[in-house]
Design a protein. Structure first.
Length: 233
């Protein structure tokens, strides 16, 4: 779940509840590099893209979300989680999620975030980076408007993002690593595909499945295979 576009996109162009999905491939590739300290708490789980992968890998976890009545930011600071807090938080509340997680866990925090966060002086002044051990940058810009998919593919956007790993016992300087996601960046740009029939209408995803539809004439488009589909075939 994330709100990276919440302040930039018109209300009618945002998903319900500003819900943005984490491509499963970003979690798959992270787990190839890091062993999570269990149990894991996904505190902004949305529709479960991250927890699906945790479950598939037999990693014990707890899932919560504001949509189900649990506001992570309102949990009392005296509650302690003896494991990893792992989430893709709403980007407009990224700092608040990091600060709250530091109060709640005695172990590790993994947050998906924008690499440009490093360029804000106030984060340095307020010790946001305290305990930051490593950042894994994605080798492609991910568009988090990509609907939830089981194949891990995603549309290419304009945000440079990565996984930020905090260790509550770490006192050194952070290091940078990379996660190669080139093989999953196969869906092109999300917003720029226009219907071949209507010429001007922008295709939209329907029912969070893998096909796009023209809101005007109803033609279907498969972004993976880059082909239009005849409904009558």
């Amino acid at each position: 779940m994330g709100k990276a576009y919440a302040n930039k996109r018109s209300v009618e162009n945002r998903p319900i509840g500003d819900l943005y999905h984490t491509p499963k491939s970003l979690v798959w590739e992270l787990l190839k590099k890091e062993k999570l300290i269990e149990p894991v708490w996904e505190c902004a789980c949305g529709e479960g893209a991250i927890t699906d992968v945790l479950s598939d890998n037999s990693i014990s976890y707890k899932a919560s979300d504001i949509s189900s009545g649990i506001n992570f930011l309102e949990i009392p600071n005296d509650f302690k989680w003896n494991g990893t807090i792992f989430t893709n938080p709403p980007f407009t509340y990224w700092d608040e999620f990091v600060v709250k997680a530091k109060h709640l866990t005695t172990k590790n925090i993994i947050m998906l975030g924008r690499v440009t966060y490093f360029g804000t002086q106030s984060r340095y002044n307020h010790n946001i980076w305290e305990g930051l051990k490593k950042v894994y940058m994605f080798t492609r810009y991910v568009d988090y408007q990509t609907p939830k998919r089981n194949d891990g593919l995603f549309h290419v956007g304009s945000l440079c993002t990565g996984w930020f790993l905090f260790d509550m016992d770490y006192t050194g300087e952070p290091t940078i690593g990379w996660i190669n996601v080139e093989e999953y960046a196969k869906l092109g740009n999300y917003d720029n595909k226009k219907c071949r029939e209507c010429k001007e209408s922008v295709l939209k995803y329907i029912n969070h499945n893998n096909f796009m539809e023209c809101p005007n004439c109803g033609v279907l488009y498969d972004p993976l295979n880059k082909e239009y589909i005849d409904r009558d075939s």
